[in-house]
Ligand binder design. Structure first.
Ligand code: NAP
Ligand code: F7E
Length: 328
């Protein structure tokens, strides 16, 4: 019998990588897609013909119950969210509804439909929950026991999702866990995130289609890994005997300036400064200065390892975006 997986956020970056991974592993895959006429439906149907799409929405509990009844999954990956930190300041209430309350809607839908208590549930938690606890950061980076101090409506909503997942595990004995993932990027990353905005801009500048890139603050540090490596970690977490939360990170933090250095050099430009303008529109009411993760537990207990390093990630993204420009 094929194992069945249900993925929310199938149209997003991680949803795509995870669908590819689970397909290779022989899973039957269901993906939740929202909206009357989601513009990404056609793209998903073409790219992942093996994924069966189910219409549902994280803010509509009854649609989730119907989805679970329809596919009866063994594993559930809850990747759906308003995931853009900057946007969450503009629409904090919808962020709370989807990114926060959406998680309890999923857990309740499982409780109502899974009478044998067999479903394994993965919640997409985030390093943004650590946010402003830099003063408290262990030398090796944040780990599963570090204190939380979210700095955005997104981080606050994710913290609710994190604790309600733990609460359902402790209250009902559900196999429910959270992966606390640090930033992960790649060729499927949305254009609204800083890494892809830079690599897309660099490719367009190289192709003569754009003159400069407008960015916000350039000094924040992030622990950036490759999304393809991180979905492997998600899957490994759900294969363990007992549900437990894990941090996935690279253990290295870099500034946006360092990202710019490598990205521009990849197209032969040694000084990016003439090509980058700062625009306060891309700055946030509260910034997270420095995120560094310690993935020791995942490495030791799951045997997880990241394969793509920081320069490799930047180059992979620039090369992908250059190819897109050449193909146009
Ligand atoms: P993403 O590309 O922004 O994808 C988000 C997905 O959520 C999209 O498929 C979107 O569907 C879906 N969604 C939004 N609102 C929904 C709703 N009401 N009902 C159902 N689905 C809805 O995010 P990602 O980078 O793949 O990240 C996956 C998850 O990991 C997210 O929960 C994110 O917060 C979390 N996370 C990401 C990172 C990272 O660095 N990427 C790190 C830590 C945690 P539409 O196409 O319909 O909008
Ligand atoms: O910002 C700065 C920005 O939006 C990174 C999400 O996947 O990872 C992601 O959240 C940094 C911040 O990612 C621009 O202020 C400067 O300091 O690419 P980002 P994020 O906020 O780290 C976490 C782990 C998640 O969980 C989230 O879902 O870059 N920055 N200039 C900019 N950021 C953007 N987006 N655009 C700019 O122009």
């Amino acid at each position: 019998m094929k194992k069945k997986a249900l993925i929310t956020g199938i149209t997003g970056q991680d949803g795509g990588h995870l669908a590819q991974l689970l397909h290779k592993k022989g899973y039957k895959i269901y993906g939740i897609i929202r909206g009357q006429s989601n513009p990404k439906r056609e793209q998903i149907e073409n790219e992942f013909p093996y994924v069966e799409l189910i219409e549902a929405d994280l803010i509509d509990q009854s649609s989730l119950v119907r989805a679970f009844q329809a596919c009866k999954p063994d594993e559930v990956y809850n990747l759906g969210a308003i995931s853009h930190v900057g946007y969450s300041f503009k629409d904090p209430q919808i962020t709370a509804e989807i990114t926060g309350k959406g998680v309890v809607n999923m857990l309740e839908a499982i409780r109502l439909t899974d009478s044998d208590n067999k479903v394994r549930f993965y919640q997409a938690s985030t390093s943004e929950m650590f946010g402003g606890t830099d003063y408290n950061r262990p030398k090796k980076g944040y780990n599963e026991d570090s204190p939380f101090h979210p700095r955005s409506p997104y981080g606050v909503a994710k913290l609710y999702g994190h604790w309600i997942t733990k609460n359902y595990r402790e209250s009902y004995g559900m196999y429910a866990l959270s992966g606390i993932l640090f930033n992960h990027e790649g060729e499927r990353r949305g254009i609204e995130f800083v890494t892809r905005k830079i690599t897309d801009g660099v490719a367009k500048i190289k192709a003569g289609k754009q003159k400069f890139i407008e960015l916000g603050d350039l000094w924040p540090k992030r622990d950036w890994g490759y999304a393809g490596d991180y979905v492997e970690g998600m899957w490994l977490m759900l294969q363990q005997d007992k549900p437990k939360d894990y941090v996935l990170a690279t253990g290295e933090a870099h500034t946006i300036e360092e990202f710019l250095d490598i990205a521009f050099r990849e197209v032969g430009i040694n000084d990016w400064r003439p090509y980058v303008k700062q625009n306060p529109a891309f700055m946030r009411p509260a910034e997270v200065d420095y995120l560094l993760g310690d993935p020791s537990r995942a490495e030791k207990e799951l045997g997880w390892e990241r394969k793509v390093d920081f320069p490799g990630l930047v180059k992979l993204m620039v090369q992908h975006d250059l190819k897109l420009q050449l193909d146009k």
